[in-house]
Design a protein around this ligand. Structure first.
Ligand SMILES: Nc1nc2c(c(=O)[nH]1)N[C@H]1C(S)=C(S)[C@@H](COP(=O)(O)OP(=O)(O)OC[C@H]3O[C@@H](n4cnc5c(N)ncnc54)[C@H](O)[C@@H]3O)O[C@H]1N2
Ligand code: MOO
Length: 460
């Protein structure tokens, strides 16, 4: 989560704080307006809220608890092992396949930390005519009583005592240098190897390559980095009712998941090799699954038990092993995880768009994390600003914004809605039964802040 502050006026217009949402269980138990802000935008006038689906028996009667499902997804695949050396400018967002060892001492020579004079012995000093600049060869050694002009980053000559900063020294009429401050041995010298010695481990295997890692690797002498191949993901969008452009019409709706999932999967570390729109054609789905070489297949829709919900029957037909078949989480409880082959998995996302997000973060995120060779991300929490209504038995994932150190649930968090998540900083994990004001709850991050506008550079 980014924690970026949100101006009150914008919040009022763009975000509707949950106290009155209209689909599924409510998120807060009492009206809440941001302090000092205009009252929260009311949710659109509702049809009576449907009874929570909680009471409905699960289709299979064995949903997996949310934390168990995530843990199982993380354990499902073997961590990636294919190592590829990748040029530094191509390595952002990949994972280190081997520890990053220093190829040199850093700094690789004794270096001046300041502009001034490098001096030997006690002052005053005779100043050499020619100074020492950064990027030049080895300077002549100094003798006691000698000083030489030096630039930050330049090599320290042998037998130097320390560096006198320009603002602490003055030369007299005869050109001798006097110190306004004592120069103690080693003063303002960065000794060779101060940061690391050649061979020291700088970062462990499994580290995400961030801009800072690229900088460190370059400083330590790397032109390429040993990285793990990105896991390949393929998206199969199911549903005859989906349009790819224009306005919804004649009972058809726009496909919201085709545009949303590929960049999100990339943000989770995957290479998206294909997005296929298959309608509600069981044979097309069968063919797409059985001919794919992706590490992860992600289907959307067709997870429930309607007449054209083909995902379960096809998984049965191809002998896939269902590792998770329904999760005790709202929205998204029909999500599933199957092992097609030892090295190929399928995450079935429910068709309702926010339910699909829930499945993505519950199953695909931990699975891709393992495939990418990255370890568990430390969970973090934030206090909720208001009471949050829970589901009686299931975990709830609710879009939130971060405001004044608090997680504030957003309106429009129904399973079919994207309006809340599109304005959110993260999702708060509400335990069964709900949470009270100020209770610390786990936050699931959204990777937006770390994505380039072209969607190509993601490294969360
Ligand atoms: N008898 C039952 N019916 C349903 C149950 C249930 O337990 N018993 N669960 C409901 C829940 S919860 C969900 S979530 C959905 C899951 O349905 P499917 O995964 O089979 O998805 P579809 O039926 O294909 O679609 C559901 C809904 O989402 C819309 N959709 C689908 N794909 C997209 C897309 N790419 N972009 C935008 N919207 C999409 C679709 O039009 C439907 O409105 O099942 C409930 N039913
Ligand atoms: O709870 Mo579903 O999973 O409507 O979205």
């Amino acid at each position: 989560m980014t924690g970026r502050p949100m101006p009150d006026a914008e919040l009022d217009e763009a975000l509707a704080l949950v106290n009155d949402h209209r689909e599924g269980p409510g998120a807060t138990s009492r009206p809440a307006a941001p302090s000092g802000a205009p009252a929260a935008t009311p949710a659109p006038s509702p049809a009576p809220a449907p009874a929570p689906r909680s009471e409905a028996p699960d289709r299979h009667g064995h949903t997996t608890p949310w934390p168990t499902a995530r843990a199982r997804a993380a354990r499902a695949p073997r961590p990636g092992s294919a190592v590829t050396p990748v040029a530094l400018d191509q390595a952002l967002g990949l994972t280190l396949a081997a520890p990053l060892g220093a190829l040199t001492d850093l700094p690789s020579f004794d270096t001046s930390a300041m502009d001034g004079w490098v001096v030997a012995g006690p002052g005053p000093w005779d100043v050499r005519a020619e100074g020492i600049l950064a990027g030049h060869g080895r300077p002549e050694p100094l003798t006691d009583g000698e000083a030489v002009r030096i630039a930050t980053g330049a090599r320290i000559p042998q037998d130097a005592t320390g560096v006198l900063r320009s603002e602490h020294g003055r030369t007299d009429d005869s050109g001798r240098l006097h110190a306004g401050h004592e120069v103690v041995p080693g003063q303002d010298i960065r000794p060779r190897g101060q940061e690391c010695r050649s061979g020291d481990q700088l970062l462990p295997r499994g580290t995400l390559v961030t801009p800072a890692v690229l900088g460190l690797a370059a400083a330590a002498g790397y032109d390429t980095l040993p990285t793990l191949r990105r896991p390949r993901a393929e998206v199969l969008v199911l549903g005859d009712e989906l349009l790819t452009d224009g306005l919804p019409r004649d009972g058809l709706i726009r496909d919201a998941l085709g545009p949303m999932l590929p960049p999100w999967l990339r943000a989770l570390g995957a290479e998206v090799t294909a997005v296929r729109r298959l309608g509600d054609d069981a044979e097309a789905l069968h063919k797409a699954i059985t001919t794919s070489d992706a590490d992860l297949l992600v289907t959307t829709g067709g997870t429930a038990s309607g007449p054209v919900d083909h995902v379960h029957p096809i998984l049965t037909r191809i002998g896939a092993e269902l590792l998770v078949d329904g999760v005790a989480v709202r929205p998204g409880h029909p999500m599933l995880l199957a092992r097609i082959r030892p090295d190929q998995h399928l995450v079935g996302l429910p068709g309702n768009p926010l339910a699909a997000v829930s499945g993505l973060l519950t199953l695909a995120e931990p699975l891709l994390r393992t495939l990418s060779g990255r370890g568990n991300q430390a969970a973090y929490t934030a206090p909720v600003r208001d009471d949050v209504q829970g589901h009686p038995h299931d975990t709830r994932l609710v879009p939130v914004t971060l405001r004044s150190e608090h997680a504030v649930p957003l309106h429009f968090n129904g399973p079919a809605m994207l309006r809340g998540i599109a304005a959110a900083d993260g999702l708060v994990v509400v335990p069964p039964g709900g949470a009270h004001q100020e209770q610390e709850l786990e936050i699931l991050d959204l990777p937006w802040a770390l994505m380039a506008s072209d969607g190509g550079v993601c490294f969360t």
